[in-house]
Design a binder for this molecule. Structure first.
Ligand code: AMP
Length: 367
């Protein structure tokens, strides 16, 4: 654990990955380069990650026997999304190291715990409050002020489970779709931040406590889904320093071993507010595959395997473009530009909103 000497997993060791999506796939590819094998665990058949490694278990996250067998078959467990049931991570942790630890997962899978953690760590966020019923909603909307955003504390992503509350919104009409969440995992009301830019920072922390941050990048969304990441973010050095400082601080405070992605809002007056944490490789870090010394996937594997971290430096400017749904049809045409790198995730069906792949355009001055 942090502070101790590094005793890396030997080549041939098995990395267990909970979740079989593209993040697991690219993590398994990086693991293979370092001489490790990967074993994918998840409920879906023909998941993208299972196409790049022969070891997989198709089972539910509540299947105790399958979880135990998986734990015995691997040397370390990580996860490629934070909505893995906490109980599954806890079960696995009884048999095998889980990195980042279950405590990190617990914080990052709930927006209220995430914001409480930031607050306790003296890192600024939007003003927020837990909301248990309609009366509390009325009260907190008065206090925080309109506009504000109501969100389910858990399981929301890409804008799902959210409602904007503006001047004319009828709280009584909005509340019913949040009542079930309020009674179970919770609901959070956040002040609306009139941000200038959305950025994210990746920070890795090794088993020896060493930390490396990647340059802040700028994220642009379409229909609530990440569309493009511009590298580096067009922010002042002061904002970049502040963002990287927050990332380093949170990695230490949360006792990270692995990779943490932090989404932040930057305001016109250069405040940097944390929006969300993800304890895993992140879509906004895909540029690192082609435009950084060490990719976020390799860095994740290095951190959880007890290897020294790699250099995070950016090699050139870059623009990452997600290929969502039908956009994948133009994937190969993008390669007519020789500075474009293509990554497809092996998904058969291009459903609307589905992340099928991405391109990274390398902007190399003088070429
Ligand atoms: P989230 O699921 O929290 O990442 O929210 C999805 C998107 O909604 C963010 O990327 C922002 O563009 C927007 N958003 C979320 N929360 C806020 C907020 N408190 N103020 C302004 N915009 C927000």
């Amino acid at each position: 654990m942090p502070g101790g000497a590094l005793t890396p997993l030997p080549p041939g060791a098995v990395i267990g990955i909970l979740g079989g999506g593209q993040l697991g796939r690219m993590t398994a590819q990086a693991a293979a380069s370092l001489g490790y094998r990967s074993h994918i665990y998840g409920p879906e058949a023909d998941a993208p990650a299972t196409q790049v490694t022969p070891l997989s278990t198709q089972a539910d996250y509540t299947d105790q026997a399958a979880l135990r067998d998986f734990a015995k078959a691997v040397d370390v467990v990580t996860y490629e999304f934070e909505n893995v049931p906490f109980a599954a991570a806890e079960t696995l942790a009884r048999y095998v190291p889980v990195r980042p630890g279950p405590g990190v997962l617990h914080i990052c899978q709930n927006r209220l715990r995430e914001k409480n953690f930031c607050n306790e760590s003296e890192v600024p966020t939007a003003p927020y409050a837990a909301v248990a019923d309609l009366a509390a909603l009325r009260q907190q909307v008065e206090k925080i002020g309109r506009p504000c955003v109501l969100k389910t504390a858990e399981m929301g992503y890409d804008g799902k489970g959210q409602a904007m509350i503006d001047r004319d919104s009828d709280l009584e009409a909005i509340w019913p779709s949040f009542a079930t969440a309020a009674a179970t995992s919770g609901v959070i009301l956040e002040g609306f931040i009139d941000f200038r830019l959305e950025i994210s920072v990746l920070v890795a922390r090794g088993m020896d406590g060493a930390r490396q941050t990647y340059v802040p990048v700028e994220n642009h969304h379409k229909n609530h889904i990440l569309d493009q990441t511009i590298v580096p973010a067009r922010v002042t050095p002061r904002v970049a320093d502040k963002a990287e400082g927050i990332a380093r601080h949170l990695a230490e405070k949360i006792d990270l071993v692995g990779l943490l992605a932090i989404e932040m809002f930057v305001t016109a007056d250069e405040r940097v507010l944390v929006n969300e944490l993800a304890p895993r490789p992140h879509n906004s870090g895909h540029w690192t595959l082609d435009a950084a010394v060490t990719s976020q996937f390799e860095q994740t594997v290095r951190a959880i395997a007890g290897l020294p971290l790699g250099a995070p430096e950016r090699l050139c400017e870059a623009v990452m473009k997600n290929l969502i749904g039908d956009e994948v049809a133009s994937a190969q045409a993008a390669l007519t530009d020789p500075n474009v790198k293509l990554h497809l995730y092996g998904k058969a069906e291009a459903r609307p909103g589905r992340k099928m792949g991405h391109t990274t355009k390398l902007i190399r001055r003088g070429t």
